[in-house]
Design a protein around this ligand. Structure first.
Ligand code: C2E
Ligand code: MG
Ligand code: MG
Ligand code: MG
Length: 294
């Protein structure tokens, strides 16, 4: 086992050694164990994707899916992404994990295509470190091509902090992805520090209103104001707007009244396996996104 650990860490390079050093000196052996488990898990099919459906709030039609990484640990059971994503990001393993997520999401789209289902928008989360990979654009292009996935039916979800960190790199990379036809969303919007003028310089297609604002949107005037402002901002910038974490009818009604086009949340459906998604796809063909050019 120790040999495997050595081999694996050599393979992923210097970053990992530095990370090990730091973790060792901080004495967080728990996380080191989990990191090693993750490495093994990635190579032995312990990871899989769930897909959360997104809907047009007015028509109720299915408009897209968000792919979410899941880890079934052989001893610990389900480990939540809030646990393993930050660890992967910090250690550099996010490169391998991100590649796998991209591959698997494309494979799934290909399977559905082959079964004759209409193409549906597939959104994938991309973390900061993964986004700064110099080979990202090339990788994405190749992976989509290999699986016959149309870039226009593929979306990256990135964060505001990523845009703030190195705006020039972000503009360049996003422009390349956008030129391919991919869609680009800002996840958890409203929690970061985007300025209006900065937002305009990124070739985005969608804002995802953070769940925390939706949570209080039916009762708290402050949250209502923020949600309304984001919807107006999206309209002003020509972006589609989707609310995440919609759990109640009261929240949905508020969103509809405020002019929000799309929603995602437990009210409509939790993240689910591909088999469950097929039932949705079979029921009715997915609709096109309103509010943006494809
Ligand atoms: P996110 O991208 O904002 O994803 C939405 C999260 O909200 C998901 O949590 C989803 O299960 C949860 N959610 C959806 N609807 C509701 C709702 O109505 N109420 C509540 N309370 N929660 C809802 P999950 O799957 O645990 O993922 C957490 C975060 O981990 C994600 O937040 C995303 O930032 C990250 N993540 C997940 N998969 C990946 C991945 O493949 N790559 C990267 N880089 N990050 C990922
Ligand atoms: Mg997301
Ligand atoms: Mg989100
Ligand atoms: Mg979130």
């Amino acid at each position: 086992h120790a040999d495997t650990a050595m081999y694996q860490s050599k393979k992923s390079g210097r970053d990992t050694f530095q990370f090990y050093d730091r973790m060792m000196s901080e004495g967080s052996l728990m996380d080191l164990t989990l990191l090693e488990d993750m490495r093994v898990g990635l190579e032995s099919n312990q990871f899989f994707l769930e897909y959360q459906p997104q809907f047009d709030l007015q028509s109720g039609q299915l408009i897209g899916l968000e792919a979410l990484a899941r880890w079934n640990h052989p001893k610990k059971g389900r480990v939540p992404p809030s646990r393993f994503i930050p660890l992967a990001e910090e250690s550099g393993l996010i490169g391998a994990l991100g590649d796998w997520v991209l591959e698997e999401a494309c494979r799934q789209v290909q399977r559905w295509n082959e079964k004759g289902y209409d193409p549906i928008l597939m959104a994938v989360n991309v973390s900061q470190r993964q986004f700064s990979d110099v080979n990202l654009v090339k990788k994405v292009k190749e992976t989509l091509q290999v699986h016959g996935v149309k870039p226009s039916a593929f979306e990256f979800e990135i964060t505001e902090s990523l845009l703030a960190e190195s705006p020039q790199m972000a503009v360049a990379k996003l422009s390349e992805l956008r030129a391919m036809g991919m869609k680009l969303a800002i996840d958890d919007f409203g929690t970061g520090y985007s300025s209006l003028s900065a937002l305009r310089s990124f070739p985005l297609t969608r804002l995802k209103i953070d769940r925390t604002f939706i949570e209080n949107a039916a009762s708290d005037p402050g949250s209502q104001g923020i949600v309304r402002s984001i919807i107006l901002l999206g309209r002003e910038l020509g972006l589609n707007v989707i609310a995440e974490g919609v759990e109640t009818n009261a929240q949905k009604e508020f969103l509809l009244r405020s002019g929000c086009v799309c929603g995602q949340g437990y009210l409509f459906g939790a993240p689910m396996g591909a088999d469950e998604i097929v039932k949705l796809l079979a029921r009715s063909p997915p609709a096109q996104l309103r509010g943006i050019a494809s």
